[in-house]
Design a protein around this ligand. Structure first.
Ligand SMILES: Cc1cc2nc3c(=O)[nH]c(=O)nc-3n(C[C@H](O)[C@H](O)[C@H](O)COP(=O)(O)OP(=O)(O)OC[C@H]3O[C@@H](n4cnc5c(N)ncnc54)[C@H](O)[C@@H]3O)c2cc1C
Length: 476
């Protein structure tokens, strides 16, 4: 239940920002209750005139003699902004301190509780923040998306003045990974329903003759096109899950390893993969929810079956926490060039050395040959961007979404190759099983039918931005 899980997810993000950037007394006041689930958290960035471009924000913060601030302004689309699940709601709010520079360099982060907290930890007076209205929206109906009005609400600065984005980025990076999982989760639950339905629904006969002659028709799972659809979703889900777990492991290393080199490598990986996970997994997750709905025919369009809810819920994951177009720009514009391309080069090196290691292994050929071709396309695209985007930034903007998909496909191809290796080793050790055979067949499907899309993305990237930028705005 995506809508419900957001209450806890946002609380985790807000807690992370407080732990990393909060002052000791702020941590003591808020974190234990948030971790215990007694209070929830929110993130307040968006305003009517300010979405992607946070430098436009107008919410004001006026410093008080006791060191607190009075926060005034209107935030919109605030998830979990108001509800009565918990006794208190801890809002993390971006605002501009009076006299601060214009743009993103004048934005600070504040913690603003719905109910003020007394020195002994008990709840005190209601703070000057209220819910103006609740949005009516396409999906995630169980989550309250609120207009929040701050009328001189008391807040406290988190971190330093005008450095608000540092704290907010802790929360946003955590939330982006959570949203990536939302995309994958909707794809998975939609798949599980569609696979069960396809085994059950009787329509038509198999092209090669009746498979269930005792029944009025065969189950639709006999039809190649139905199987193609189900395998497309499944082959994505399993590799995307591996990618999420791989990155989760890196997150543990980045936070906990005692070796600074390991920490840095893991941190590089997190920076590089976060926009890919958010943008690619949510985009394909939504497409997969639609494909799974298609397996139900007209019944998928009827609310009673539940499939249309997966489609509606999955849609928002492509939009919030930075729309997917922005994730693609983050990958191309910030994450690729960072530290002289150190993170991307490490990734290319890792995939290439795995391919080389397994190159002579006959059983791995169906995985290594397409993986090497996909990696080649990604490397060509990266070189093309280095040569063509510095002088002409529109080339980067026009390539970004294709590059993100190309990157995602190659990463999933790498995940499949690694899973195939483990599966072959297991079969050699303990013999084949339906589970292990299914794994290899699903992986081969990905390699044969999904990974080759890398060549399309490369061709689009190399076509540049000239045609895209040619028309005048009025011509659209
Ligand atoms: C249900 C829901 C819940 C939300 N929850 C929260 C929340 O809890 N807290 C919060 O602060 N916000 C929240 N949001 C807001 C959400 O994060 C924003 O809607 C989102 O970041 C996009 O901003 P915008 O809607 O203003 O779109 P805009 O910024 O106006 O963007 C419109 C389109 O233009 C594109 N675009 C914009 N700038 C560029 C650029 N420079 N280059 C290329 N393309 C560009 C975008 O990709 C997008 O497709 C929520 C929104 C919804 C609908």
């Amino acid at each position: 239940n995506m809508a419900f899980s957001m209450y806890g997810g946002l609380t985790m993000g807000a807690t992370a920002a407080l732990i990393v950037h909060g002052k000791p007394e702020q941590k003591a006041m808020f974190v234990p209750k948030m971790v215990a689930g007694e209070w929830t958290g929110t993130m307040n960035l968006t305003e009517p005139q300010c979405g992607t471009d946070l430098g436009l924000l107008r919410t004001k913060a006026a410093k008080q003699s006791d060191g607190s601030y009075k926060i005034t302004g209107t935030k919109i689309f605030i998830s979990a902004g108001e509800h009565d699940f918990t006794d208190n709601i801890i809002h993390l709010v971006l605002a501009r301190i009076e006299g601060a520079p214009a743009g993103i360099k004048g934005v600070s982060l504040f913690v603003v509780p719905k109910i003020l907290v007394n020195a002994d930890g008990s709840l005190g007076a209601r703070n000057g923040v209220s819910c103006g209205s609740i949005e009516h929206k396409m999906g995630i109906h169980g989550n309250s998306t609120c207009v929040m009005n701050y009328d001189g609400a008391t807040g406290w600065l988190i971190g330093e003045e005008n450095k608000g984005m540092q704290g907010m980025f802790v929360m946003m990076n955590e939330a982006r990974l959570g949203v990536a999982v939302q995309g994958l989760a909707q794809s998975e639950v939609a798949y599980q329903n569609a696979a069960a339905y396809a085994r059950d629904r009787l329509q038509g006969r198999a092209l090669t003759g009746a498979q269930a002659p005792d029944k009025p028709a065969d189950p639709i799972i006999v039809h190649p096109d139905v199987r193609r659809t189900l395998l497309t979703i499944r082959a994505f889900n399993e590799a995307a899950r591996a990618m999420v777990i791989w990155t989760a492991l890196k997150s543990d290393v980045a936070h906990r390893s005692s070796d600074p080199k390991d920490r840095q490598e893991a941190d590089d990986h997190m920076g590089l993969m976060t926009p890919v996970l958010k943008g690619f997994l949510t985009e394909i997750g939504f497409a997969n929810a639609v494909q799974a709905q298609q397996m139900y025919g007209g019944h998928g369009y009827i609310a009673e079956q539940g499939m249309e809810q997966f489609v509606r819920d999955a849609r928002i994951a492509m939009i919030y926490e930075g729309a997917n177009g922005i994730q693609a720009l983050d990958l191309v514009g910030r994450k690729l060039p960072r530290d002289g391309g150190r993170a991307v080069m490490a990734f290319f090196g890792e995939v290439a050395s795995f391919a080389k290691e397994q190159g002579a292994n006959e059983a791995m050929k169906p995985f290594i040959t397409p993986l090497s071709a996909g990696l080649g396309h990604l490397q060509q695209a990266t070189t093309w961007l280095m040569q063509n985007a510095m002088m002409k930034p529109d080339n980067a903007g026009a390539a970004a979404t294709d590059y993100m998909h190309l990157f995602g496909l190659v990463t999933l191809g790498y995940m499949w190759a690694k899973m195939a290796k483990v599966t072959h080793d297991k079969i050699a050790a303990v013999g084949a099983s339906p589970y292990l055979t299914t794994k290899l067949v699903t992986g081969r499907f990905f390699m044969e039918r999904m990974l080759p899309e890398t060549s399309v993305h490369l061709a689009r990237i190399q076509s540049g931005s000239a045609t895209i930028m040619e028309l005048a705005a009025e011509a659209f």
